[in-house]
Design a protein around this ligand. Structure first.
Ligand code: NDP
Length: 453
């Protein structure tokens, strides 16, 4: 680590104590940027890095709501408006009990670079609440979403800040929040993405993150004249990203064998085929059940409950060639990363944001495997959100094929940017440096152009 990064990190820790995920995200980017700052000292003198780690605005607010037993509940709402140098703030809303300022700041920070990589005009933001939608009735979720939007609406807008979904926020929650925004503002605009198809949503938006992560894996494999055909794939999570990763892996001839939720994971040696995936989608999206039911229905699968006492996750300890972490941050620790390598995995495409701890990332990079960090691999979701914004502005929807083609083109370009940038800065094959530097340059130049604001 350079002296500059060390000093910067010390200040970041002092100024933002307890925000360990934010420290982790900043350190990874700052490390990559050492190469840039040496070559282009103007970024140092303009203090771009020091500016980029400070959110433009942080909103934190009370979200009161009433549960079905008529008891008053209080949650905390957030929106981090991180950087608007290249477009309106853009990034998802997460509803999960673990949500806090540090987690949302790491996500907003990552989002700035990711959005820049898509080459669409979108700044970076992120938000959410410590509300847990799990086990809540539809009415409870609706009341919460309405209360959340009753504050958020005054800070967002189609040209200001355009939130989307993330963990715990899918089509249902976006619908409730959109309804409330429309009522309060008395306008029908593209203020949220991930909307329903018949009220301004885009085809392929639900699929986009999982499809994109799979396209990126295919691009990386193509550099070695290989494809996903016949490859065994470990997938974690069983939500939006995981489901559509499995679907696209199947389309491209791969064999997904795992899925998980926070209670445990299933391993299906025969492979999760389309019929089984259909079952998972109904289980998770309609009945909102647990992944354990998969193994009750399909006897060839084995269910293993999560064991927080274990120092590794057995999901990552199966023979495979590819891994698609698609649940949450830091779900692959150092031991898991070692297990993946030991089991023959040489392609890791991160559907989730920062799912691998820093030591794990280092292992992947040092071993020279095809490793795409989240900000490149899962950018397909926000990219199609950007396409949803375009369609909303034009008031013209594109066909499924049109959106999918654009998504594929964007993922191809992201791959090329990462690969070429890594080479240009003397670290060929290092997609971490490629993504961090590639995402940074455009935002940094825009910040310089726009003066000290
Ligand atoms: P969903 O809420 O649809 O699914 C999340 C899945 O991950 C669920 O299976 C959930 O299990 C599991 N999970 C969540 N938190 C934990 C945890 N702490 N420990 C173990 N399992 C957990 O979310 P998404 O699929 O949308 O998001 C998954 C990841 O992808 C996140 O990192 C998100 O930031 C990232 N991402 C999502 C995008 C999108 O378009 N949706 C875009 C880019 C990135 P359970 O139900 O038991 O909680």
């Amino acid at each position: 680590m350079s002296q500059f990064v060390e000093e910067l990190m010390q200040k970041v820790r002092e100024k933002n104590p307890e925000q360990k995920e934010f420290h982790q995200a900043v350190e990874e980017v700052a490390d990559s940027l050492t190469l840039v700052l040496e070559r282009y000292p103007e970024y140092r003198s303009e203090k771009i890095l020091e500016r980029i780690i400070e959110p433009e605005r942080v909103l934190m607010f009370r979200v009161p709501w009433m549960n079905d037993n008529h008891e008053i509940q209080i949650n905390r709402g957030f929106r981090i408006e991180m950087n608007s140098a290249i477009g309106p703030y853009k990034g998802g809303l997460r509803f999960h009990p673990s949500v806090n300022l540090g987690i949302l700041k790491f996500l907003a920070f990552e989002q700035v670079f990711k959005n820049s990589l898509t080459s669409l005009p979108m700044g970076g933001g992120k938000g959410g609440s410590d509300f847990d939608p799990k086990g809540k009735s539809r009415n409870e979720v609706m009341r919460f979403c309405q209360s959340f939007m009753s504050e958020l609406f005054r800070h967002i807008g189609p040209d200001t800040d355009v939130p989307a979904g993330d963990i715990g926020v899918g089509g249902r929650e976006i619908g409730f929040m959109y309804g409330q925004y429309k009522k309060l503002r008395n306008e029908f605009t593209g203020v949220l993405t991930g909307k329903g198809l018949n009220w301004g949503g885009s085809l392929i938006r639900p699929e986009a993150t999982g499809y994109g992560a799979t396209y990126l894996a295919a691009e990386m494999l193509a550099t070695r004249n290989e494809s996903l055909e016949g490859k065994t794939c470990l997938v974690s999570g069983s939500g939006n990203v995981a489901q559509y990763t499995v679907e696209k892996v199947l389309d491209l001839g791969g064999k997904p064998v795992t899925l998980s939720d926070s209670s445990g994971y299933i391993y299906d040696e025969k492979g999760i085929d389309r019929k089984k995936l259909e079952f998972v989608m109904e289980l998770k999206n309609v009945r909102r059940g647990r992944i354990e039911e998969y193994a009750q229905k399909y006897k060839e699968a084995v269910y293993t409950p999560a064991d927080p006492g274990k120092n590794y996750n057995p999901l990552w300890d199966h023979k495979a060639q590819c891994a698609f972490p698609s649940a949450t941050q830091n779900e692959i620790n150092k031991k898991d990363a070692e297990n993946l390598l030991k089991n023959g995995v040489y392609v890791v495409s991160e559907g989730a944001n920062m799912p691998t701890v820093a030591d794990g990332v280092k292992l992947f990079v040092d071993k020279g495997i095809l490793y795409a960090p989240g900000k490149a691999a899962n950018a397909g979701g926000v990219a199609v959100s950007g396409l949803e914004m375009s369609q909303n502005s034009m008031r013209l929807p594109w066909t499924r094929e049109e959106v999918d083609q654009r998504l594929q083109m964007i993922m191809k370009n992201i791959h090329k940017t990462c690969k070429d940038t890594a080479e240009k800065f003397g670290t060929p094959g290092n997609y971490v440096n490629g993504a961090n530097i590639g995402g940074f340059l455009k935002v940094a130049d825009a910040m310089i152009d726009q003066g000290l604001v």
